[in-house]
Ligand binder design. Structure first.
Ligand SMILES: Cc1ncc(C[n+]2csc(CCOP(=O)(O)OP(=O)(O)O)c2C)c(N)n1
Length: 310
């Protein structure tokens, strides 16, 4: 995990005739620094997230595949991390001292790709190749194809264990670099997460921040009706983590939380990000049908119109 592989160059296939082109209407938006001032940073993140969602829904429609509901629930967290919080940029993607993000809910790869495109890590024209043969943009992220991807994910329950290893390595190196890992709440039903949590607290990994996308939905059902997690915050505390809860769609609140990690000295931080699957689209929001449903051209048009005013 200390060196990133060189990106595989894949020529962009032409968008399939008749389908909506995978454009973001302004990607990339790039990173904004703290010197811009808080209001400007929040405005930048809001606009970045809007463009990422625009691009993502068109990309999923064009591919005829994807997980748009769980992608829209994490878009604001990803935008906040990549466009402002994390110390990583396209010209330092192989820097061993960069901050890392591991997308443990790898099925939401579309949100990662569009965010990476917005941040300048992936040429936007590559988005049109999503899910096509020989594309670097597979249904789940592949670090051998995209230099900015830190870990191959998709089988749920592996991202946090990898992140623990990454954070231990940084601690052993005496490095200030940080590791972030983004998980689904249904994913927390995997026992490997809880083993990793014990290890993280045992080693006092204050350089590790886990974010759970608490959208309360998993594949085909509500988490509460499947294998309930509550009382989640108490369980995470019992495993030795400091727990912070936040509105996962509020860029200002997310900025405050990430500026304050580690939330307790010598402990890993677990951020429970309260979100909605499909946010902010009216016909997708909190609707279990949108786990991997593909929007029609009419639904894309409706969603794009809603994104103009959300
Ligand atoms: C080990 C494993 N089991 C099953 C799956 C199939 N699967 C893909 S997404 C998903 C639901 C995950 O729910 P959650 O973590 O809440 O993600 P979200 O609903 O936020 O997208 C499942 C069961 C998988 N990818 N890996």
């Amino acid at each position: 995990m200390t060196t990133a592989p060189a990106p595989v160059t894949v020529s962009a296939s032409a968008p399939v005739a008749g389908l909506v082109p995978a454009t973001g209407g302004g990607l990339p938006v790039g990173r904004i620094g703290a010197d811009a001032g808080r209001d400007a940073v929040i405005a930048h993140l809001r606009e970045g997230a809007r463009l990422i969602r625009r691009s993502d829904i068109q990309m999923v429609h064009a591919a005829g595949l994807g997980h748009i509901g769980g992608e829209f629930s994490i878009t604001d967290v990803l935008a906040t991390l990549y466009l402002h919080v994390m110390k990583v940029s396209p010209d330092q993607v192989a820097d061993p001292e960069r901050d890392r993000l591991i997308l443990s809910k790898g099925h939401a790869a579309g949100a990662l790709y569009t965010t990476l495109a917005a941040a300048g890590f992936i040429p936007p024209d590559q988005l049109a190749t999503f899910m096509q043969p020989m594309s670097m943009l597979n249904g789940h992220p592949d670090r051998k194809k995209i230099a900015a991807v830190e870990a191959n994910t998709g089988p749920l329950g592996h991202g946090l264990p990898i992140a623990v290893g990454t954070a231990i390595a940084a601690k052993l190196d005496g490095s200030p670099r940080r590791t972030f890992v983004l998980l689904g709440d249904g994913e927390l039903q995997e026992g490997s997460n809880w083993e990793a949590m014990m290890t993280a607290s045992q080693y006092g990994l204050a350089n590790l921040t886990a974010v759970v996308d608490r959208n309360r939905l998993q594949q085909g059902a509500r988490v509460v009706d499947t294998n309930d997690l509550e009382p989640l915050a108490d369980k995470l505390r019992a495993f030795g983590w400091e727990v912070v809860e936040v509105d996962g769609h509020d860029h200002g609140a997310l900025l405050d939380v990430f500026a304050a990690v580690p939330a307790a000295s010598g402990k890993p931080t677990f951020v429970i990000a309260h979100t909605f699957k499909g946010y902010p689209i009216s016909f997708m929001r909190d609707n279990v049908a949108w786990h991997h449903k593909v929007p029609s051209a009419e639904q894309v048009a409706l969603a794009l119109a809603e994104l103009e005013t959300s």
